[in-house]
Design a protein around this ligand. Structure first.
Ligand code: ADP
Length: 240
């Protein structure tokens, strides 16, 4: 009887925690969306002013454009996370060549502001894995985007692919700002952003949470090694 009561207690605890985290998620998501909406409203007011010049008007349109892109990126990320969790979209995994796939993803990646950062690839041919191309391209895209975003001007990014007995791995290394232990513990949480990463063109702290979920869906793991001021290396391991 006692054992049954304990089981119920821990079940309710778990449910409570999961409701709490859902509530937190909704509240964080609303907050993140409210910021660009407020900016868009303010810019509409500004351009409606009687004394608004043509320059003011153009500047407002540019800001509105920027903010709507930000909202659209956020909504897309939110949808991806929800779909992954609800399983409403099916993402079949199939075995195919990872080498060519990773190379193409990197070559097709377009960085808005490369800041003189060079991208080098070390991708041997013929490595295969079971993966979903849509999801895996999102993983590579997110890691590359962060490597550029938190990389240093005129720095370097190295993408490596390899395999050993445990499986195959993709690593993305930058020589940028790096992070301390406390930050490393939090980066996988949704909406987490280190203080120094908040800014105009930053995301909402959902990228790595998404990466972690996608990699888990592949039965793999993702980890980071980093040092402040030296850079970070993210490694995704996929099972054989
Ligand atoms: P976002 O980049 O939108 O803030 P992410 O989930 O992609 O969200 O990353 C979460 C946080 O992890 C970032 O805000 C940043 O502090 C840290 N981070 C991620 N990638 C790197 C990197 N390559 N170098 C240093 N810090 C990073």
């Amino acid at each position: 009887m006692m054992a049954l009561a304990n089981t119920f207690d821990s079940m309710f605890d778990r449910l409570e925690k999961s409701f709490d985290s859902e509530r937190q998620f909704t509240s964080d998501a609303s907050h993140e969306l409210r910021t660009p909406i407020t900016v868009i409203h303010a810019q509409c007011e500004r351009s409606r002013r009687k004394d608004a010049s043509r320059e003011d008007f153009i500047e407002s349109i540019n800001i509105i454009d920027e903010q709507s892109k930000r909202m659209s990126a956020l909504v897309n990320q939110l949808l991806s996370i929800t779909r992954l969790q609800q399983g409403t979209d099916r993402y079949p995994l199939s075995r195919s060549e990872l080498s060519r796939f990773v190379r193409t993803c990197c070559e097709e990646f377009v960085c808005d502001e490369p800041r003189g950062i060079s991208l080098e690839l070390n991708i041997p041919e013929g490595i295969e894995a079971r993966f979903n191309p849509t999801l895996m391209s999102s993983v590579i895209h997110n890691l590359l985007q962060n490597a550029y975003k938190y990389g240093r001007d005129d720095g370097h990014i190295l993408v490596c692919l390899g395999e050993d007995d445990g499986g195959c791995y993709i690593s993305v290394a930058d020589d940028g700002i790096g992070m301390d232990e406390a930050t490393m513990d939090n980066i996988w949480n949704r909406f987490y952003q280190a203080d120094n990463s908040r800014g105009e063109n930053c995301g909402a702290g959902l990228g790595l949470a998404l990466v972690k979920e996608i990699v888990a869906l592949h039965g793999g793991e993702v980890s980071v090694v980093s040092a402040v001021g030296e850079g970070s290396t993210f490694t995704v391991t996929l099972p054989r």
